[in-house]
Ligand binder design. Structure first.
Ligand code: SF4
Ligand code: SF4
Length: 145
């Protein structure tokens, strides 16, 4: 009986001590942890100051990607309404965020600084298809709520 009370008191002591210690977890999403400035999250496709797409559809990002996560389809830009800053652009651009290992090689390889990895890391979806970011989505960089 006495041993039981002693064990209970010891257990309560451990619990109370732990309660006074700083928490190792965050009450997400109300509070989010800080990440390194070098953190690599979801991609974005950048535009220049005039709103022209920087991507010229060269396919270098697709070629260097070790996870085969990028698909680029290039085309000649329509002459009357320039899409990119030059005559070529990516008519289709996709990143499979399930395959991606966020190595940053696409960003390194891009000659026009078009594809960039942002700090956005809230990647969740109900289907595999929803984890494929298309060009329209990548041109609208995700923002944390
Ligand atoms: S970050 Fe790496 S794995 Fe992901 S798309 Fe770019 S090159 Fe591929
Ligand atoms: S994002 Fe950069 S590397 Fe990839 S196709 Fe466009 S211009 Fe080329």
């Amino acid at each position: 009986m006495l041993d039981g009370v002693k064990s209970l008191a010891k257990g309560m002591g451990t619990t109370l001590k732990a309660l006074a210690e700083p928490r190792d977890t965050y009450p997400y999403p109300e509070k989010r942890r800080e990440y390194s400035p070098r953190f690599r999250g979801k991609h974005m496709l950048a535009k220049d100051e005039e709103g022209h797409e920087l991507c010229v559809g060269c396919g270098l990002c697709e070629a260097v990607c070790p996870a085969h996560a990028i698909r680029v389809v290039a085309a000649e830009a329509p002459g009357d309404e320039p899409v990119s800053w030059t005559s070529r652009y990516a008519v289709d651009y996709e990143v499979d965020l399930i395959r991606c290992i966020f190595c940053g090689m696409c960003e390194e390889a891009c000659p026009t600084n078009a594809v960039r990895l942002t700090p956005f890391n809230e990647l969740a979806a109900y289907s595999r298809e929803d984890m494929i970011a298309d060009k329209e989505e990548l041109l609208r960089p995700a923002i944390r709520k």
